[in-house]
Design a protein around this ligand. Structure first.
Ligand code: COA
Length: 430
């Protein structure tokens, strides 16, 4: 049988496909903008037919209907990253969070620490050899589809086809639901004066020829704005968004100096506008790999001059970085932050940057603090932190004593909070 015949035999409707999910099973769903929207809707529409189905889903875009209170006995969300639509469910104990480095998730799936019974994924249309692409969500999605005993795939005409290690053959799919809808997009972040100042300070730490990892949001987008005069930058990152596309178009990002995968932009998932999805579709310069490759610190480190730029919630005067919780409230997750801090630290010429506004809550609290909030989780330890950047400047902490770290951090704190920080400093260090 050729692949086209195999494909035809597997076509079904979303309503029929989800009937193969059994009560008590764990379903892994494509990450972030890759959500298989038609099957998730079908699942929610017939929620009364399901009991105790666990849904493993990292960042869940969309309305997260399966987490609604009235569906609590049908579905339970488990995740290692909390987003806007799962935060309430976690706080109200209708969903569960587990701490884990992103790059370790595929191994946990393979060795069944995180056992997956069903992979519910979204893929592109097949190529001429019968391979579909996981498109903008490769991360844990491809490993889950390789390990799960049952694979239900939405083949979406509008999912971009992206290569790398990002393909699955139609013969490895159990049920195919043909769809045609636009994957979720992200609005551009709002960049104000504070973000611009942070972006400028970060850009000063980026040499020509560097390879970059940037996260999502206003700060990474602001950094990109100040890289327009740099030369020969490369991309090896967990995810990227529209700003990177602009730098490729202007010739600043060309991957010429990359020491690993020269000329290629590597990522494990993407979120951005429709223009970004069109840009990556069948683009030979963009390659997606599972997260245990892209985010593996020893792989990241093979890029010389690796610069990682991430954000955080607060930093204490020793340099302990809290990035995922506000007090004991789980706000997000470690994601790839520590993977890249470690990778950049091992890279020849590498640097890792924590970039944050100096204050939070409209200026009411300092993000540079004497002690981290009660119950907060340390994401990047004081032993691993390298540069901390605010709109007031750059504090280089690696190799510095506790006294020097405190001085450097106070010098980039918001002026309104420096006196309080100095009082603590004088008490501690005399
Ligand atoms: N005290 C109290 N509240 C705080 C706070 C603090 N120290 N720091 C932040 N907040 C509040 C903000 O006021 C804001 O509240 P609002 O939504 O009501 O306005 C909210 O927390 C989010 O803060 P903000 O800094 O605007 O968030 P962000 O969208 O820029 O994300 C992180 C920042 C740190 C949450 C995010 O970068 C993250 O999750 N990092 C960890 C994972 C990671 O680094 N991934 C990248 C690898 S690719």
């Amino acid at each position: 049988m050729n692949w086209k015949e195999i494909y035809q035999q597997k076509i079904t409707t979303a309503e029929e496909a989800i009937k193969h999910i059994q009560n008590g099973q764990r379903v892994a769903v494509s990450h972030a903008a890759g959500v298989p929207q038609v099957c998730i809707k079908a699942l929610c529409n017939s929620s009364d037919k399901f009991k105790d189905v666990e849904i493993y889903h990292m960042l869940c875009l969309g309305d997260g209907e399966y987490m609604y209170p009235e569906k609590a006995s049908n579905f339970r969300h488990i995740t290692n990253f909390v987003g806007a639509n799962s935060r309430k469910a976690i706080e109200e104990n209708r969903a569960d969070f587990f701490p884990a480095f992103f790059h370790e998730v595929p191994a946990m799936i393979r060795n069944k620490t995180l056992k997956i019974d069903v992979a519910l994924v979204q893929v592109s249309e097949p190529d001429e050899n019968g391979y579909c692409s996981f498109g903008i969500s490769c991360d844990y999605t491809k490993p889950a589809a390789e390990c799960a005993p049952l694979v239900i795939a939405e083949v979406n005409k509008q999912m971009p086809y992206i290569g790398g290690d990002n393909l699955i053959h139609v013969s490895d799919l159990d049920y195919i639901v043909e769809t045609d809808y636009a994957p979720y997009t992200l609005p551009a972040a709002k960049i104000g004066n504070v973000e611009q100042a942070i972006g400028k300070n970060c850009a000063n730490l980026v040499p020509n020829g560097a390879t970059l990892q940037l996260g999502i949001g206003a700060i990474p987008d602001a950094v990109l704005l100040f890289l327009k005069d740099k030369k020969d930058l490369g991309i090896h990152t967990e995810m990227f968004s529209d700003g990177v596309m602009e730098l490729v178009k202007s010739g600043v990002v060309n991957g010429k100096m990359k020491t690993l995968h020269p000329g290629k932009m590597l990522a494990t998932f993407l979120m951005g506008s429709k223009a970004l999805y069109d840009f990556v579709d069948h683009n030979p310069d963009v390659e997606m790999y599972p997260v245990d490759y892209v985010n593996n610190p020893s792989v990241i480190a093979q890029n010389d001059n690796m610069i990682s730029i991430n954000s955080c919630i607060e930093v204490d005067l020793m340099g302990q970085v809290v990035s995922e919780s506000i007090g004991d409230r789980q706000f997000s997750g470690v994601g790839g932050q520590v993977d890249y801090v470690r990778g950049a630290s091992l890279s020849k010429g590498g640097k890792s940057i924590m970039a944050m506004p100096s204050t939070a809550r409209g200026g009411a609290s300092s993000r540079i603090v004497t002690r981290i909030a009660d119950g907060a989780a340390v994401t990047t330890s004081r032993n691993e932190v390298d540069y901390v950047v605010t709109e007031y400047g750059i504090a280089h902490l690696k190799g510095k004593t506790l006294r020097q770290r405190a001085e450097a951090l106070i010098s980039i704190a918001h002026p309104d909070f420096r006196d309080d920080l100095l009082t603590f400093y004088r008490k501690k260090f005399g």
